[in-house]
Design a protein around this ligand. Structure first.
Ligand SMILES: NC(=O)c1ccc[n+]([C@@H]2O[C@H](COP(=O)([O-])OP(=O)(O)OC[C@H]3O[C@@H](n4cnc5c(N)ncnc54)[C@H](OP(=O)(O)O)[C@@H]3O)[C@@H](O)[C@H]2O)c1
Length: 224
């Protein structure tokens, strides 16, 4: 019997990288998983990797930037499994590496849409069930970049800092502190502000960073 036997855990971005690793770790502790993300094939691969664990995961293809799809994810979870104990907001994109004034507005919007709005939509969809039961854990995968920005990664840094403060703000307005007690703990935990981890993500581009650093005006802006 694992630490999470009989617990329901939803993991976004569970098809690869850190999300897959988290999903497999939770499955190893006996959690009933719900795997979310856009690529069904990737989610099915993760599901297969849990074959020797206690429970067969529920796979729910979801684009977390689309409110209806996030609502459908929550509905599918609650209808099939009766509740939710853990929500891991892992889905995220790195966004562009460029001086701020060269960032395409569409790339800025896309970074915010996944990292900030998508995470908000997931919390919005699942928190009511946790509040009703007065228990639950919401984990937000931030980044060291949200605390100590990488040169040339302004949209990503802004989005991750927004997540940290979004989590802090929610913890003060939630009617029951115990309902999402882990929110502030999660963002305080070093494990939710990872540094560079090489899985499948496009790695940080040191060449772009050097290009940004080489511009004196960039240095002024980045220092501000
Ligand atoms: N790797 C690192 O060094 C590092 C460091 C600090 C923080 N992080 C954070 O850790 C998290 C995972 O990073 P990773 O390295 O594992 O990245 P990754 O390999 O690129 O995986 C990103 C995951 O997010 C999902 N995703 C992207 N857009 C989505 C959308 N619109 N709707 C639903 N899911 C979406 C992807 O699935 P689909 O494409 O199938 O939708 C994928 O499973 C991110 O939040 C990232 O910012 C990573």
């Amino acid at each position: 019997m694992g630490l999470l036997t009989d617990r329901v855990a939803v993991v976004t971005g569970a098809g690869r990288g850190i999300g897959r690793a988290i999903a497999l770790a939770l499955a190893g502790e006996g959690a009933q998983l719900v795997l979310a993300g856009r690529s069904v094939d990737a989610l099915e691969q993760t599901r297969k990797l849990t074959a020797d664990t206690e429970r067969d995961p529920l796979v729910v293809p979801t684009d977390i930037t689309v409110p209806d799809q996030v609502e459908a994810l929550a509905r599918a979870t609650l209808e099939a499994l009766g509740g939710v104990d853990v929500l891991v907001n892992n889905s995220g994109i790195g966004g562009p590496s460029a001086p701020l004034w060269e960032v395409d507005p569409a790339d800025w919007e896309a970074t915010m849409a996944v990292n900030v709005t998508g995470t908000y939509l997931c919390c919005r969809a699942f928190l009511p069930a946790m509040v009703t039961r007065r228990s639950g854990s919401v984990v937000i995968i931030g980044s060291m970049t949200g605390k100590r920005p990488l040169v040339g990664r302004t949209p990503y840094a802004a989005s991750k800092m927004a997540l940290v403060n979004r989590a802090r703000a929610s913890s003060t307005v939630t009617p029951s502190a115990s309902a999402c007690r882990s929110i502030t703990q999660s963002i305080r935990s070093p494990s939710t502000g990872p540094g560079e981890i090489t899985f499948t993500r496009t790695p940080y581009d040191p060449v772009s960073a050097a290009r940004v650093r080489a511009r004196p005006t960039s240095a002024i802006l980045l220092a501000a």
